[in-house]
Design a protein around this ligand. Sequence first.
Ligand SMILES: C[S@@+](CC[C@H](N)C(=O)[O-])C[C@H]1O[C@@H](n2cnc3c(N)ncnc32)[C@H](O)[C@@H]1O
Length: 306
Amino acid sequence: MSNIRTIERIGRRLERAVRKSGPANGRNRRVSEVDELRGRVDAMEQELRDARVARYTQELLFGGLDGRGARMPTKGSVDTLVTQVEAATGERDARAHVVAAFRTLVEVELRGVGRIAGGTPNILGKLTVPLLLGPPNDDVLEIGTLFGLFSSALTRQFARAGRHCSLTIVDPLADVQLQPGTANTADPSGTPVSESVVRTNLELSGVPAERVRLHQGFSGDPAIRRAVSDRAYGTVIVDGDHSAEGVRADLEWVEEIVAPGGLVVVDDYGDRTWPGVKEAADEYLAGDTAFELMGVASTSAFLRRR
Ligand SMILES: C[S@@+](CC[C@H](N)C(=O)[O-])C[C@H]1O[C@@H](n2cnc3c(N)ncnc32)[C@H](O)[C@@H]1O
């Protein structure tokens, strides 16, 4: 039963109790007590109705009713993430950083079109950990961008630390998200995955066009690799092909183009939807590699190149 109906029932019961009650004098006193209670119940009912309107407005903005992810994390999930971020970075109190990342996420998604892929805690981890680990330079490579909103948000996070990142982005921009073995249907947000959408989002987020290099294609394409391998990146986001083969191939390549001390975010690590990501990353880390696992926050693993 809804809270409002419960309150209404309490009111009706009070009235019935008074009507049934005994002698006139005592009865009059009880009537005024009940009137007072009735007034309080009515006020509570109105407060609840107002709170419901406010709550629905919040849901319209943050609740994922439009095909974006819901951005209403529980306190418990944020507390857990803060602990994971602190463990991965050695930061003693990461809460303010996570809160700032949440504001970035909400602002960038509300301003832009499409969505950032994934659950809120995972995105907050990806927006917080790289900066706290201190990438050795401001060149960022994102493999798999979808709508370009994560890169936009990460740029904002760099700015919070007084840094201006330069973005290199690789994605087939094939109208829909491409993943081996999946149906590749239209995105729930209704927005197409295209160069024009990615550029619009970067522009809406205030990322200067001259700080963006957008390569349409696959990370395994030799021509793309040649074009992108012209520098040593401080931060690389591996979020393209989520099959074990795809992740393995990306890690092999990325190890060649990440700067010493550089960071690699392996997105969807441990996410049950994409078992190949963890399988490939764990296998890669167990082999002969310069990558060291710094930690895991939500479903992202953070590596540093020695
Ligand atoms: C999970 S989405 C990326 C989400 C984005 N990083 C974000 O946080 O919102 C994966 C993207 O990678 C693209 N993709 C798939 N295979 C790829 C590959 N081999 N190279 C680059 N991008 C790839 C997909 O089409 C899709 O746009």
